[in-house]
Structure formats: C-alpha cells, structure tokens
Ligand binder design. Structure first.
Ligand code: SF4
Ligand code: SF4
Length: 137
C-alpha cells in the first residue's frame, strides 16, 4: 500500500478576517492582467472591453483597478465591501490579490496589532500612506 504524504499548510501570522483590509486600501495600484480582466468580465457578465473600461484605469504604464471613497482610509479598491471589509468579488479577484502578501507575515497586520497595544486601545486604526522612491547606501 502506498503511503499518503501530506504537505503541512505553511503557518501564517496574520488574520485577514479580522483586518480592516489595509492592502485593499493603502495601495494606489492593484495591477490587473488580461486574464484578470477576462475573469472580471465573466463574473459581471460583460465583455472584456466593458470590464476594462468600467473596472480598470491606467496608472502610469500599468492597468489597475479603479478605486472609490472609503470611510476608513479615504480611498480603497472599488470592490471592497465597506461594512465587512471583505472583497466583494472574492472569486473573481485579480492574481495579485490572491497572492498577497506572499510571506508568512503581513507588515500591515503587524502594525495594526502593534499600535493597538501601543495605544492601549483595541479600536485604534493606524492610518498609513505608502509611496515608493529609491534609496541606496
Ligand atoms: S493587510 Fe494583511 S492581514 Fe490585512 S487583509 Fe491584507 S493581507 Fe490580510
Ligand atoms: S479586488 Fe478585492 S482583494 Fe483585490 S484589492 Fe479589491 S477588494 Fe481587495
């Protein structure tokens, strides 16, 4: 009889269900590929062209998801559910959303936990703005 080999699920140290979705709000750019657009189009029952125009825009040379006003962070992905803070198109979300954060830890979750303790307030929400530059020592 063959032996059943099971790969243990890698442990992660963040909890998206308890998180107000920093990743869906903080990043100005959520990249979409042609495959992502096809998935969105299928989800909403529209053509690729309609999905592209309705749900995406160009940001520099990149096609990204459109955003909307958000009561917690000012701006967020158009697909976020403002009440549950979950993804409104979970099964049709772009590849980058499926992969994020690619590591066992999420820096935003760590910051969130850290500041709750530092401020001694479970309702504290650290408002973060991130932008990218270059630096070399
Ligand atoms: S910021 Fe991190 S913990 Fe929060 S939803 Fe995104 S991946 Fe999950
Ligand atoms: S598509 Fe969903 S998972 Fe991706 S940024 Fe928007 S709300 Fe978040």
């Amino acid at each position: 009889m063959g032996e059943t080999v099971t790969t243990p699920k890698p442990r992660s140290y963040y909890n998206c269900v308890e998180c107000p979705a920093f990743c869906c709000s903080t990043y100005e750019r959520v990249q979409v590929t042609r495959r992502d657009i096809r998935r969105l189009a299928k989800h909403f029952g529209v053509t690729d062209e309609v999905a592209t125009a309705r749900y995406t825009k160009m940001y520099a040379n990149e096609r990204v998801l459109r955003r909307k006003r958000d009561r917690l962070f000012g701006q967020a992905c158009q697909f976020i559910n403002p009440e549950t803070r979950g993804c409104g198109i979970y099964n049709a979300r772009p590849a980058v959303c499926r992969e994020y954060p690619l590591t066992k830890r999420c820096a935003y979750w760590d910051l969130y936990k850290f500041e709750k303790d530092q401020q001694d307030d479970p309702d504290t929400l650290p408002l973060v703005k991130i932008t990218f530059s270059k630096w070399k020592k």
